[in-house]
Ligand binder design. Structure first.
Ligand code: RIB
Length: 302
């Protein structure tokens, strides 16, 4: 079986709490919520792409605990191929998320079963990965699994290095594009031995291109995104929305972006569409539960 887009990445159960504002260190606040829903940057991006019509396969792992079903719910419904999703001993990956009244979140991820997505596990799915037109990776699996997946790929490699973890530089530089936000972009430059305090997205994209990435996409939250490619830098606007929960909005962008690349769109056109999908996701609670299908009406850039 082959799939156009293969995601090798994390699958989490997201335990979400809602607070008026984020607590200070040492402070206890009362909150609401406490719900468990499907998350994980890998699964989020796989679901976002599949719901928008891409032919997607997921390579990853959950545990054999009750959280596994919560974590897999939307992946199953999205139509993604899950033949390379293992159920291993131990707990499913867990993300503890706090969302404030303005929609901003903090997230702590405990890898659980995602820690088994190593080079050996990735090798078991070598054919699926090698046959993909697009391999999509994030930073929530072991570096060995990330690096092996890149080595197996024969198609385009898209990397959303979130969180920024130390992975092999040779493999990382195969990213076309490297997709990061401005904080992650600065951290990647640090990984490459060029630490910086720079916060300007255009300057960061330029610095990353100089490091040898063929293309870069930098997401900048409510300010949209910057695409850096052979045509220079292009600013991508995003619709103005009232954010309810930004959890997984970046993953919605990444999944939508890859779905459009798989249809043959240019990076700039794919990013324009992805910005609208990311904005849609931020207007609803949760990660995967907030993602649009092809039937949904996306917000427009005014
Ligand atoms: O990007 C959002 C995701 O980060 C959440 O779904 C959580 O699981 C963590 O992986």
């Amino acid at each position: 079986m082959t799939s156009t887009v293969v995601v090798v990445g994390s699958i989490n159960a997201d335990l979400t709490t809602n607070v008026q504002r984020h607590p200070h260190p040492g402070e206890t606040l009362m909150g609401t919520g406490g719900t468990v829903s499907a998350g994980g940057k890998g699964a989020n991006q796989a679901v976002a792409a599949a719901l928008l019509g891409a032919d997607v396969a997921m390579v990853g792992a959950v545990g054999q605990d009750p959280m596994a079903e919560d974590a897999l719910k939307h992946l199953r419904a999205s139509g993604a191929d899950m033949s390379a999703v293992a159920a291993v001993d131990g707990p499913t990956g867990l993300a503890v998320i706090t969302v404030s009244a303005d929609g901003e979140n903090t997230i702590i991820v405990v890898p659980g079963a995602n820690a088994t997505v190593d080079a050996e596990y990735v090798d078991e799915h070598a054919e699926l990965i090698a046959d993909a037109e697009i391999l999509l990776l994030q930073g929530e699996i072991p570096a060995g699994g990330f690096e092996r997946a890149v080595e197996l790929a024969t198609g385009r490699v898209v990397v959303n290095l979130a969180p920024v973890v130390p992975v092999g530089v040779e493999q990382l530089k195969k990213a076309d594009p490297l997709m990061v936000n401005e904080h992650e972009g600065a951290l990647v430059l640090g990984l490459l031995g060029e630490p910086t305090e720079e916060t300007d997205p255009q300057k960061l994209v330029t610095a990353l291109l100089k490091q040898g990435f063929p293309t870069v996409v930098m997401t900048v939250g409510a300010d949209g995104a910057v695409v850096g490619d052979e045509n220079g830098l292009t600013e991508i606007p995003t619709p103005v929305i009232d954010a309810v929960d930004t959890t997984g909005a970046g993953d919605a962008f990444a999944g939508a972006f890859v779905a459009k690349l798989a249809e043959g769109q240019s990076m700039v056109d794919a990013a324009r569409f992805a910005a609208r999908v990311g904005a849609f996701a931020a207007t609803r609670p949760g990660a995967q539960a907030s993602y649009p299908t092809t039937d949904d009406v996306l917000p427009d850039v005014k």
